[in-house]
Design a protein around this ligand. Structure first.
Ligand code: KIV
Ligand code: ZN
Length: 562
């Protein structure tokens, strides 16, 4: 903002709370969760969900484990009303799930709401009226505090009268001083206490006081102070469930909720992936998985986040950002070389340690949780662009294609591939990485090409003879070599043919994971005798011996590449 713009804003007042307790608390258990996807979430959509879409979404929310679901504002529109009726009439509400309906504290809307819930087994009737000075002045035309408080009392009184009209339905009552986030605390308290007086909750039949962060005007610590202040001052606290409902205007919905829980709240309203008015409501997935990542069970199952995201994106027509915590396409992906190295080391080490002690706590650099716990595979963890390093490239070749390159081969292969990514100026796919690796290092046939290779084991015990037909720089040669193994015999043949200007310095081989024809991969490192240069080549073949020879020839071809 420009300085002249900044001048029109003011600091948000602090809460006087000298003995605040919340900073010393930690979150030890999950709150009661209430999904408001079908209300706050739906009302914020450019194209609201149809009844069929809402029915599908409701079923998904139940399957995730929500036990309280706000199903809309049935007095506001026919779609909302019809949706609720279908839930009830078609018996779609699981035994242990309580629906919640929202309504303003207005006479005819409250009456219509009670018509809508008739026949439900259990329902939370959630009434609200706006209480902040700004709303009193602007929206209600300079209404006084008393007038606003009386709106709450009248609404609460009517609700109390209507409860007996739905005898089959167990009613739980909820009140929200809407715009609590910028309401004077003493006045929010006055409104809540007035409603508590009307509804007379008991510890056995609690009511819910929801304290919405309707618009986030300030920092999460001030929100926590406000919640703690209310928890300390509300009358009959043991008969109340204090509920949070944070929005995300300052991008701190999650932090405000977490600190609000530390400040004493019992319940949290929010949506999947933070859908909702403006910048959205609290992202429940985020808070719940944050808890899981500290070893706290939440009752919500987000183990298949990708499917959940797809349903969400289809029915809401919203998109989840690539960097959205836990669910975004890129949140378990590392492009940076040093991150890739650390992740690869962490995953390898964990693989080894878990075999000895399956209860070992999670601990992999850069990954707060195991991606597999939210249904993500390791496949996309490491992606390759010009920022990537050797470790990442080796990881992709290993995880995606089954090539477990020797560690000392990583720099040679890594440099070649990321130089390519740099030149292209874009990310490389796993298949492109494999193709580049093959093109440069595997089964190279020029200038040296092996035409025929036969082993004869009839030589002296422990020795073998190889008969070779070879092409070098277009010239064919035939001959034999003797050694204690095929590679050794071939090296002796090369020596006799005047092509041994190297020594073999390293070798390894392994079966290829998942290779359809059970291929083997072999890696041979040679050292150029003249220059001392070290070069790795790779061979792939159904026979492990041939793979080794091909690896040696590939290394030789790299040594003699023009
Ligand atoms: O954000 C809000 O204040 C609300 C209320 C209706 C609870 O959604
Ligand atoms: Zn809201």
């Amino acid at each position: 903002m420009k300085p002249e713009s900044i001048q029109k804003y003011r600091p948000f007042p602090a809460v006087v709370l000298p003995d605040r307790q919340w900073p010393d608390r930690t979150i030890t258990h999950a709150p009661i969760w209430c999904s408001v996807d079908l209300r706050d979430g739906n009302q914020a959509l450019p194209v609201p969900m149809s009844v069929e879409e809402k029915l599908e979404f409701f079923a998904v929310l139940c399957s995730v484990g929500f036990k309280q679901i706000e199903v809309g504002f049935p007095s506001a529109a026919d779609t909302e009303f019809n949706f609720l009726r279908r839930l009830i009439d078609e018996d779609r509400i699981p035994e242990d799930v309580t629906i919640q309906v929202l309504v303003q504290t207005r006479d005819h809307l409250i009456r219509r709401t009670f018509e809508a819930i008739a026949g439900a087994k259990r329902a939370i009737v959630h009434i609200y009226n706006s209480t902040s000075p700004l709303q009193r002045r602007v929206t209600f035309g300079d209404a006084t505090r008393e007038q606003i408080r009386d709106i709450a009392i009248e609404g609460a009184t009517l609700v109390k009268e209507l409860v007996p009209t739905v005898p089959q339905t167990e009613i739980v009552l909820q009140y929200s001083p809407e715009s609590f986030s910028d309401t004077e605390l003493d006045f929010a308290l006055e409104c809540c206490n007035a409603v508590i007086d009307v509804w007379q909750p008991t510890p056995e039949k609690k009511m819910i006081i929801n304290l919405p962060d309707t618009v986030q005007w300030t920092t999460p610590n001030v929100h926590a102070d406000m919640i703690e202040w209310m928890c300390c001052h509300l009358k009959n606290r043991e008969s109340l469930l204090v509920s949070l409902h944070t929005h995300n205007d300052r991008g701190t919905g999650t932090a405000a909720t977490e600190l609000g829980l530390m400040a004493g709240a019992d319940r949290v309203e929010g949506t999947l992936f933070g859908n909702g008015e403006r910048t959205g409501n609290l992202d429940i997935v985020n808070v719940a998985l944050n808890m899981n990542s500290h070893g706290i069970a939440t009752g919500l199952d987000f183990s298949d986040l990708t499917t959940l995201r797809h349903v969400y994106e289809r029915v809401t027509r919203m998109t989840v950002g690539e960097r959205h915590p836990y669910v975004g396409e890129l949140v378990f992906t590392a492009f940076s070389g040093s991150h890739q190295d650390a992740i690869k080391k962490g995953l390898d080490r964990r693989d080894r340690e878990v075999k000895e002690d399956p209860s070992i706590p999670w601990g992999v650099p850069y990954l707060t949780i195991d991606p597999q716990d939210v249904g993500r595979s390791y496949e996309a963890i490491i992606r390759i662009n010009s920022q990537s390093g050797k470790g990442g490239i080796a990881y992709v070749l290993d995880q995606e294609h089954g090539y477990d390159l020797p560690k000392t081969m990583h720099p040679q292969v890594g440099k070649y591939i990321y130089d390519h990514a740099d030149a292209l100026g874009r990310e490389l796919s796993a298949d492109e990485i494999r193709d580049l690796f093959f093109g440069k290092f595997v089964n190279l046939e020029s200038p040296m090409n092996l035409i025929e290779f036969e082993l004869d084991n009839t030589a002296v015990k422990g020795e073998m003879i190889c008969h070779v037909t070879l092409e070098v720089n277009g010239e064919t040669m035939r001959g034999s070599g003797t050694g204690n193994g095929p590679i050794n015999a071939f090296v002796h043949f090369l020596d006799g043919a005047g092509h041994k200007d190297f020594k073999v310095t390293d070798y390894r081989s392994h079966a290829l994971r998942g290779g359809s024809d059970a291929d083997s991969a072999a890696y041979v490192q040679i050292q150029d005798i003249e220059s001392g240069r070290l070069l790795w080549g790779c061979g792939v073949d159904p026979s492990i011996e041939m793979a080794g020879l091909k690896a040696l020839i590939s290394a030789w071809n790299l040594q003699h590449a023009k």
